[in-house]
Design a protein around this ligand. Structure first.
Ligand code: PMP
Length: 358
């Protein structure tokens, strides 16, 4: 007789659960997981291949456990006077966040977040044996310093997770809120800035708040602006003491030599990669304008996606877009769908399909 998962001595809290993840459907227009839908430019890809080829000559050896060159490249990219000793990286920012929870608070720790927010925050919290506390946003999905501080004072969590711009809403996060939350807690405050590069030019990010705030952690990823989702490179910036703590929980050699080589090469081309961001912001703004003209209610977005309300039956709209070879995301927010900004052609295909659905 076949063994099922339920026959095994797995953790009680995992019984009956399903693995998390958006459906991986290979349709023509994939706008469901906030990827950068532009491929890496050809000359950058060639440099990455050369860099990987070089790394392959020593792939019989374990990689640099400290991924020093990558940390130096990331520090150079972020600026803000950050040194390599303030940077940590892992296989996607999901893994960075997992390591952060493994290093701080201990089993049974409490983690406070503000849903709707990035689903993996609560999932990583549960899978690391943490208690997830959901605090509220207002009707426009914003968090004010006052309500955030009230939630932190009430629950006194070990960690607070903020997300700016927030996924899945696109909502900006004020620096004043981050500062107020930091001052209201003695715990770690993590600001997930996966979409920072899509903010309007000149907007300050949480990186500007790092000096003098040793419990503040800013996480980033190469999955979005750098079109590197498949390579799995996420990172964070924090006080060097936080990095020392992460070193105590990381598995040795967690970042492969090939990943390190690829990321270092991609970062050498940062200005060229970031030109894609301008194009994506343009397509995102076009989506907002045209969705509004169709009678939907797109929310303000500082990211590479748009959450829009006014969808009578999100499941039916999702299915009917899928029939037209366009996949978006139905996150269970009543009357809402989320769509990632695509290339000009993909955006046109999505908008045309929406007109037929409407
Ligand atoms: N944070 C946020 C807010 C995200 O939306 C995502 C990806 N959708 C991630 C982190 C994870 O990114 P990565 O590919 O670096 O694991």
């Amino acid at each position: 007789m076949a063994t099922t998962l339920e026959d095994l001595p797995i953790r009680d809290d995992l019984r009956g659960q399903s693995p998390y993840g958006a459906p991986q459907k290979h349709v023509r227009v994939q706008l469901n997981v906030n990827e950068n839908t532009h491929p890496v430019p050809q000359d950058v890809a060639e440099d990455i291949v050369a860099s990987i080829r070089q790394a392959l000559t020593t792939v019989n050896r374990y990689p640099d456990r400290e991924f020093t060159e990558l940390r130096e490249s990331l520090a150079g990219y972020l600026g803000h006077g950050l040194g390599a000793d303030s940077i940590w990286a892992a296989n996607g920012s999901n893994e960075v966040i997992q390591q952060l929870l493994q290093a701080f608070g201990g089993p049974g720790r409490s983690v406070l977040g503000f849903p709707p927010t990035y689903s993996m925050h609560s999932i990583i919290a549960s899978s690391t044996g943490s208690r997830w506390i959901a605090a509220e946003r207002d009707a426009e999905f914003r968090i004010s310093p006052e309500t955030a501080v009230a939630a932190v004072r009430e629950h006194q969590p070990d960690l607070v997770f903020l997300c700016g711009p927030n996924n899945p809403t696109g909502t900006p996060l004020d620096l004043a809120t981050i500062e107020a939350v930091y001052d209201a807690t003695e715990g770690i405050v993590m600001v997930d800035e996966a979409y920072a590069e899509f903010m309007p030019d000149g907007q300050p990010t949480a990186l500007t708040l790092l000096p003098g705030r040793p419990r503040l952690v800013v996480s980033r990823t190469m999955s979005k602006a750098f079109a590197f989702a498949g390579a799995r490179v996420g990172y964070l910036a924090a006080d060097p003491a936080v990095i020392d703590a992460l070193r105590l929980v990381r598995l040795p050699y967690h970042l492969s030599a090939l990943t390190q080589a690829a990321a270092v090469a991609a970062l050498r081309h940062a200005p060229e990669m970031l030109r894609m961001v301008d194009d994506i912001r343009g397509q995102r703004d076009r989506m907002v304008i045209e969705l509004r003209a169709m009678g939907y209610q797109p929310h303000e977005t500082w990211s590479n996606f748009v959450l829009f309300g006014g969808v009578a039956d999100p499941r039916a709209a999702f299915e009917s877009l899928l029939e037209r070879d366009v996949i978006v995301r139905d996150l269970g927010i009543p009357n809402h769908l989320r769509v990632s900004a695509g290339t000009a052609e993909e955006t046109t295909a999505f908008l045309d399909a929406m007109r037929e659905v409407a």
